[in-house]
Design a protein around this ligand. Sequence first.
Ligand code: ADP
Ligand code: MG
Ligand code: MG
Length: 881
Amino acid sequence: MAKKYCYLFTEGNAKMRELLGGKGANLAEMTNIGLPVPQGFTISTEACTQYYEDGRKINDDIQKEIMTYIDKMEKICGKKFGDKENPLLVSVRSGARASMPGMMDTILNLGLNEDVVNTIATKSGNPRWAWDCYRRFIQMFSDVVMEVGKKYFEKLIDKMKEEKGVEFDVDLTADDLKALAHQFKAEYKNQLGKEFPNDPKEQLFEAIKAVFRSWDNPRANIYRMDHDIPYSWGTAVNVQMMAFGNMGDDCGTGVAFTRNPATGEKGLMGEFLMNAQGEDVVAGVRTPMPISKMAEVLPDVYKQFLQVCNTLENHYRDMQDMEFTIEQGKLYMLQTRNGKRTAAAAIKIACDLIDEKMISEQEALMQIDAKSLDMLLHPQFDPKALKAADKSNVVGKGIAASPGAAAGSIVFTAEDAVIEGKKGNKVVLVRLETSPEDIEGMKYAQGILTVRGGQTSHAAVVARGMGTCCVSGCGDIKMDEENKRFTLGGKVYKEGDALSLDGSTGNIYDIMISTVPADPNSGYFGRIMSLADKYKALGVRTNADTPNDAKQAAAFGAQGIGLCRTEHMFFEPTRIGAFREMICSDTVEEREAALAKIEPMQQADFEGLMEALEGQPVTIRFLDPPLHEFVPTDEADIAALAKTQGKTVAQIKQLISDLHEFNPMMGHRGCRLTVTYPEIAVMQTKAVIKAAIAVQKRHPKWKVVPEIMIPLTGEVKEMAFVKKTVVNTADEVIKASGVNLKYEVGTMIEIPRAALTADEIAKEAEFFCFGTNDLTQMTFGFSRDDAGKFLPSYYANKIYEFDPFAKLDTVGVGKLMETAVKLGKGERKTLHCGICGEHGGDPSSIEFCHAIGLDYVSCSPYRVPIARLAAAQANIKNPRK
Ligand code: ADP
Ligand code: MG
Ligand code: MG
């Protein structure tokens, strides 16, 4: 039997989201539970994949099947597609497996042409509605299908409004809209050199193709990379009978959440626009009214809507985000999904749903997007500074659309935000309203301020998704985008002027307000984190080089240090001199003398780290980078070094040039330094062991067991050689101290050869830690620092879908890790394994680390809470025996 590509809403259900996409699966589910849904069918994601396989064509079989389903739809709806008297008008809507709001395209009122419009205008006695539908259809079809920019049509609308002296599109009459429709068609012909298509069937297939195509548009591609959505999934297409919210004052359209997506507060929240079609609410054409107002204007429908909301939340057992339309007093549900929310809302909703006995603790943890916790750790306004600013610097107020604190200088375009953001400058992006093309700029902005649009405007939705502060709909702003300036409260603001936004109150300030770090351990956050600890199997450590970082990480719940990079300690001005002396020494004695100056400083650093972690494990990695990174480059420093070394400038320069390597990342670094200069490892060992002894003495209750980690091992004999130096030194220091101190010596696994011979290496190493930055680099054979130049072409050509330095390549690098864990633990039962590359804080990589049996992950302090939750989620999905 031929493969089935189309499914009536009555044939699907919520579990079929892989095939039907989220939107289609939920339209089917709502149909099944008896909610009022305009009927239609879904063309599956497999049809999308097939479309791309067939060279961006919808093949004949699929075309035929689609037309069969149009027939079925006609019977269900009692209308005929393309018919003049009783036409079936449809929307063609994209809908991927994971929701990608605003990323892909939708077309409404499809099936119209001049004949049909004329007939329904007369028959309905509502020509305004008929022509409004037609002009919208031409506009959307042109924009989405033919990629004629929206702006041409918007200009025509603005011109028409000006001519008629009206402010809003609803004030335009049937004749105005008819004139507009004709102007639009002329513009279409002008832009494309051909007539606007009249044949509904042609319109339909063009629209379906456009939706398939939109899966591959740049904004969808960026969104997918940011959200880990594979390209291979494809999008489904929903063909659905139109419900008309634009027939008059007993009509309207809106969006609503069952709980507040910004704060998590229980209770219906949303917006509603009378006499309008769906996209008007999000596009900010008019400022919508709060949903509660619906109780006054359409009380019966409002009551029914409340019931539907309840039904949906109880059914999905999660906060719902819904779209609906009211056609002449009758409610239609057009979409429901588990609502996107801020991290603050996510943790509150999860806790509330547990307390309401709707979901289990595990389900609650699974509901929260681990990555989003990052938002909770972002700085907040310093309460004192905010109080002062509240008195004298509030210059306006908009809608509190996405919480957070933003302070920066004003930019007016997304491009400027990108440019300034890349320079590390803090900017606030001020726009009339945002659109999907602004996404990249929004990412770089500290905050977003818009003149139009409400809680559910594009700016608000996207900002909440990114965890960026947003104040929307500040109508008091007089915007002059062209000249990059605006007026607010009688004052003119230009590019570069200071502005602060409070995303929780909507307040706008004309100064930079200082910020302070957030508190991670109280309230809902604290509760979720302790639940995460209850369910996780992986340990979570931190990468910390300074006692301050270590303290911060411990406050965020780190259970130890998985990586301390000792070289960072050498760059301090007081130390770099001694280190350079060491590098420039001619003899072992000279080197030892220089190192002796550094040893007490290193010891003090290590003591600080061990104190901060209060007896939990601390892994210290020995010197790793090539020595040339430490030598001076400017003439004055070189001269100074020559002086202290009693050498000539020429001699020092010679020495520096001798350190030059063709490929330093694969050169004289890591444990290779110890093989040539064992004195360095001797000094570092002494510093670690002395620090541990001192801390153990000060805190008899702690059990201090320092872990010494050898970088860049590739061969067991190399490991044995270095280990011998460490052990001899350590044992001597311990013996002299009279304290009974245990310590471990292990290695980084970051060279493929080490992973492949891990059973051998484990004979010497007491622990492994995967340095996945180097391991990825060496496995792919390209460097992290250079890959940025060519990876974009790899993404564009779908060769790689993500940056392997951000998300672990489980196929290749992962295979090496899995092999190493198996071989290593097979050789030494007590071997413990961790990861300390960037991937240690990435949720999908953490899931993999859990699955291959690592003992812990280690990540930067601010990702520790993310890692704790991701570790719990990994263990709930795939419990460890
Ligand atoms: P998005 O994913 O961008 O929200 P949608 O497919 O949900 O795109 O559609 C855009 C807007 O059009 C939404 O407000 C939606 O409710 C509205 N819409 C879609 N289909 C219909 C329909 N059949 N009748 C009325 N409005 C619709
Ligand atoms: Mg859309
Ligand atoms: Mg939608």
